[in-house]
Design a protein around this ligand. Structure first.
Ligand code: COA
Length: 257
């Protein structure tokens, strides 16, 4: 069982069947979720319900205050487990539309999909005539991905099938952005200050490495020159090695700090 501010999202119980048969009998609800003829048909409703029960996730949405079912949401994995992509389904009884429940449910659903179920993508198809649902998906962060022109027959005319999707990384980017915005100016200042300090330390390290390279390379060169076969009184690598050893020692000491 899951919980949001005003809602419980729980498993289906046999006693919910009556609610679902009623929900599928609401013309405006079926208009949004079916591509088939909209005809009162109890057997078709039951077949639909059986199908929904077999989805990756299917939860009944219950109002905490009244303890009554008001709708459902689901995830249907049609694209194969490997792809970690699932199709979103959602419907509420018409009396509950326009009160922010859809937003509340989808905010929970995307969080659970990406954090709980580790999905990488959420997909959905919505008819272009369902403008309120499209606005809702856009607000939640879904992007338009394509259009099947005149792909659905709705109320005496052809409408487009609008394909939308949301990626896990887009969801995470949005989380970070919102967290940063809600942090307020004081924390934003600290964040920027930290970022600047890190950059300064990084640049200083790079400069120090360049400095060591400049100091060591001539000594290596010098050591090779002094270790000459022509003059046996000069130990072959004595001078160069000593200097280089000194520099490496100081390098190690510095790095330890
Ligand atoms: C799609 C659906 C789930 C949306 O649910 P919802 O609860 O109405 O969605 P919300 O209330 O969060 O948002 C809908 C509108 O209500 C407004 N709203 C949100 N909270 C509100 C509140 N407290 N008071 C008044 N209006 C509010 C939103 O701003 C939004 O307005 P808009 O349409 O002008 O953009 C619902 O309409 C539905 O079940 N439709 C039938 C099935 C369907 O079409 N499913 C989608 C298939 S793709």
């Amino acid at each position: 069982m899951f919980e949001t501010n005003r809602l419980i999202l729980r498993r289906y119980r046999p006693t919910d069947e009556e609610f679902f048969l009623g929900l599928f009998d609401e013309y405006p609800v079926l208009l949004g979720i079916t591509l088939d003829y909209i005809t009162p048909n109890q057997d078709a409703y039951k077949t639909r319900l059986e199908y929904m029960k077999r989805c990756l996730l299917f939860v009944v949405v219950e109002d905490k205050a009244t303890k009554t079912a008001i709708g459902f949401t689901l995830l249907n994995q049609t694209s194969g487990t490997l792809n970690r992509d699932a199709e979103v389904g959602i419907a509420l009884t018409q009396g509950r539309w326009g009160q922010g429940y859809g937003t509340e449910i989808l905010n929970w659903l995307i969080g659970y999909s990406f954090e709980g179920l580790s999905l990488n993508r959420l997909s959905l198809t919505v008819w272009s005539s369902n403008t309120s649902a499209i606005r809702l998906y856009e607000r939640i962060g879904f992007k338009h991905e394509g259009r099947i022109r005149e792909g659905a027959w709705k109320e005496g005319r052809f409408v487009d099938k609008v394909l939308m999707g949301l990626l896990a990384r887009e969801y995470r980017e949005r989380q970070v952005k919102e967290a940063r915005e809600s942090d307020g100016p004081e924390n934003t200042f600290l964040y920027e200050k930290n970022r600047l300090l890190k950059t300064v330390v990084f640049v200083k390290r790079k400069l120090r490495n360049v400095d060591y390279a400049v100091r060591i390379v001539p000594h290596l060169h010098c050591g090779r020159l002094m270790g000459s076969d022509d003059d046996p009184s000069v130990p072959r690598t004595y001078s160069g090695n000593r200097i280089v050893a000194h520099h490496f020692a100081s390098w190690d000491t510095d790095a330890a700090h």
